[in-house]
Write a protein that binds this ligand. Structure first.
Ligand code: 4NP
Length: 151
């Protein structure tokens, strides 16, 4: 069973901590016992909480991201998790480079879990400033992921 899930973006202060918080809340609501974490491919924000405007948009929907702290993805994560989900082309390329030959984690693109959305990347709101648009997509994809895990 896929129960250890790691979300990965660039900075680990917008998209992946949002996905972590959203999936955790939705899994709890469904009574699913999952281990969920997030990390960034870059190290610029290590130790920092999620970006303020991202936290505010998430909080308005009932997701508390305040206790999360950024960390950088590590090669050991490929043994610690069953499923690693990247947000965009650059994340996937960085994860492919990091992936060890003996890694057991399945690596996938978060948007591939719900092809009907038409999205191929989760847009980075640090640049788009569309925090709610990103949360809308993250919620849709998280629901699709839980549906697949429950199926
Ligand atoms: P994230 O967004 O990858 O969704 O956390 C970013 C946040 C900060 C930076 C890049 C992406 N940055 O370069 O500072």
């Amino acid at each position: 069973m896929t129960h250890r899930i790691l979300f990965v973006c660039l900075g680990n202060i917008c998209r992946s901590p949002s996905a972590e918080g959203v999936l955790r809340a939705m899994a709890e609501a469904r009574g699913l016992d999952l281990s969920i974490d997030s990390a960034g491919t870059g190290d610029w924000h290590v130790g920092e909480p999620p970006y303020g405007p991202m936290q505010a948009a998430a909080s308005a929907r009932g997701y508390d991201l305040s206790t999360l702290r950024a960390r950088q993805v590590a090669v050991e994560d490929f043994a610690r998790f069953d499923l690693i989900l990247g947000m965009d082309d650059a994340n996937m390329a960085a994860l492919e480079r990091l992936r060890p030959a003996e890694g057991t984690a399945r690596l996938a693109r978060f948007t591939d879990l719900a092809p009907d959305t038409g999205a191929t990347e989760v847009p980075d709101p640090y640049y788009t400033r569309d925090f709610d648009g990103t949360l809308d997509l993250v919620e849709t994809l998280s629901r699709a992921l839980l549906d697949q895990l429950e199926a």
